[in-house]
Write a protein that binds this ligand. Structure first.
Ligand SMILES: Cc1cc2nc3c(=O)[nH]c(=O)nc-3n(C[C@H](O)[C@H](O)[C@H](O)COP(=O)(O)O)c2cc1C
Length: 351
């Protein structure tokens, strides 16, 4: 029998779902013991990485998948209906007992799953690991692996792409608002110690992030190679592989991106269960999608030109074969990170 205590336990686990920059773009309204309404919003009005809302929509999917997995631990099936428009979607989630349902093996990974932005081991994935991850994304999606020379090409692509990220005034504002300084953990941001840079570079970044003129000065005097080396090139090389999750059909609606988010979260939880770690690498995909959809993303035309120059390289690497890339990153075995984002307490997420 369902109870309010059970529902609270389910939501308390569901809130561990990942979201871009730990924005947790949702609020829960408990309507009844078997009914929760989830109010979502994207961050397109202030986040240059979310101008079409797709990263937020992927995050909604990750949340709904986590909720369903958590509910399975109580023998409950979660049926979801979306209402509302694309900007303010509302998900009605109804829980019902299902005697045929077994607790998902992914439950144990929900709180343990976290992003690792530091180097991973280069040990190749085993066939069994790959098969488990390919099965995890489920019907409608498949994985392209980038290993060996393609891993190196992906690392260099990330390194070049990071220059756009670090010299873009719009991205500067986002980074400034989402980093929590001097922190190992953060309830609603990304702690600086989870960024994957050394103490000296962190100090310099913190100084430069005081203002855009300072950041521009630092970029001119020192260049951007030190953070790019530490945050993009070295980790890009130090991993088992990069992966691209592809949809079999071109995603078009918010529901397609929500479905992609569900697949991403199954993939992430499965790799956590296998003792692996991963870091999403979404900005090249995002900038390429802006170019293709004619979305202007920077006041600086040189940055749009820079993104265009990388588009061909990106397409040659990840658009071979069938499918439509919806998510990408790098993964491998390695140590759990020392620092990570936490979550707002459930009380703060309740309407
Ligand atoms: C849609 C989406 C896009 C993301 N893109 C990136 C990314 O490009 N680079 C990165 O380092 N982390 C990325 N992340 C990871 C989030 O920053 C991370 O999940 C969040 O800060 C919470 O931290 P946790 O996963 O360690 O709990 C992304 C996560 C989501 C859900």
């Amino acid at each position: 029998m369902n109870s309010i205590a059970t529902l609270v336990k389910i939501l308390d686990l569901a809130r561990w779902a990942p979201s871009g920059d730990n924005t947790q773009v949702w609020e829960f309204d408990i309507v009844a013991v078997d009914h929760v309404t989830i109010y979502c919003h994207d961050t397109r009005d202030h986040c240059v990485y979310d101008l079409h809302g797709h990263p937020s929509q992927i995050s909604y999917g990750a949340l709904l998948e986590t909720l369903s997995i958590a509910a399975s631990g109580h023998g409950l099936r979660a049926d979801v209906v979306r209402e509302g428009d694309e900007l303010r979607p509302v998900f009605q989630v109804r829980l019902s007992a299902d005697p045929a349902l077994r607790p998902s093996s992914l439950i144990a990974s929900i709180e343990r799953r976290t992003v690792q932005r530091r180097p991973l081991l280069r040990r190749p994935l085993t066939t069994a690991e790959k098969r488990a991850l390919e099965a995890a994304v489920g019907g409608g999606f498949h994985i392209q692996w980038l290993e060996g020379p393609e891993r190196r090409r992906a690392a260099w692509l990330m390194y070049k792409n990071a220059r756009l990220r670090l010299t873009m005034p719009e991205a500067f504002e986002v980074h400034r608002s989402i980093i929590e300084w001097d922190a190992r953990h953060s309830l609603d941001k990304v702690p600086d110690q989870a960024l994957g840079v050394d103490a000296m570079t962190t100090k310099l970044m913190r100084w430069a992030m005081h203002s855009w003129p300072r950041m521009k000065t630092m970029n001119t005097v020192l260049g951007t190679w030190a953070p790019r080396l530490q945050m993009d090139l070295i980790p890009g090389l130090a991993c088992a592989a990069h992966y691209v999750i592809k949809a079999d059909r071109a995603p078009q609606t918010i529901d397609d991106y929500v479905a992609a988010g569900r697949a991403v979260q199954r993939f992430w939880l499965t790799l956590t269960g296998l003792g692996l770690l991963m870091q999403p690498e979404m900005t090249p995909l995002i900038f390429t999608s802006y170019l293709r959809q004619g979305i202007k993303f920077s006041v600086d035309p040189a940055l749009e030109r820079g993104a265009r120059a990388l588009e061909g390289e990106m397409a040659a690497l990840i658009e071979q074969g069938a499918g439509y890339p919806v998510y990408m990153g790098r993964l491998g075995a390695g140590p759990q990170p020392h620092a990570r984002s936490l979550r707002k307490p459930l009380g703060q997420l309740l309407r």
